[in-house]
Design a protein around this ligand. Structure first.
Ligand code: NI
Length: 177
């Protein structure tokens, strides 16, 4: 199974809005497997299809310590969110090396479909609630750094672009040998 390429902020493709999944076929199952493998390899606790340049409403999440409890959410909807909020130090596979505080509802109830198109609901709190909301933002084309101040966001953008440039230059040096 191939590992998928994870788009990095500020790639404009990360801001595309994902469409609902309508076909529950072998292609979808393969995509879920590839996304799960990519997430575990990274390693991360969640990955949205938007991050691998597939603009469909699909998330894979595993917040278990042993990383052996994969959860798949297709066309997820938040049907209830607590008034109580919580701040969590979030990170993102599309914004490597950057962590910052984001405030979100502490608990959410989510309705989604599984890989066979069957509906289920999850009552989430703690890290799972954070992760579901963070990944669902990706489907709307929103990255967690957009919750931060413009000053912080611009600093992050500049840092990533600089790293990317250095990485490209190193690759060029290797190729020239
Ligand atoms: Ni993310």
């Amino acid at each position: 199974m191939p590992l998928l390429n994870i788009l990095r902020y500020p790639d404009p493709r990360l801001h595309k809005v994902a469409k609902p999944v309508t076909v529950f076929d072998a292609r979808l199952k393969q995509l879920v497997r590839d996304m799960a493998e990519t997430m575990y390899e990274a390693p991360g606790v969640g990955l949205a299809a938007s991050q691998v340049d597939v603009h469909e409403q699909l998330l894979v999440i595993d917040t278990s310590d042993a990383q052996d409890q994969l959860q798949v959410f297709i066309n997820p909807e938040i049907i209830w969110a607590s008034a109580e909020k919580k701040v969590y130090d979030e990170g993102c596979l599309s914004v490597p090396g950057v962590y910052d505080d984001v405030e979100r509802p502490a608990q959410v109830h989510v309705r989604a479909l599984d890989v066979d198109g069957k509906e289920f609901t999850v009552e989430a709190d703690g890290l799972l609630a954070v992760c579901i909301q963070h990944e669902m933002d990706h489907l709307k084309g929103k990255i967690f750094v957009e919750y931060l101040s413009p000053l912080k966001r611009n600093r992050i953008k500049a840092k990533i672009i600089k790293e990317e440039r250095e990485h490209q230059r190193d690759k060029g040096k290797l190729a020239a040998r």
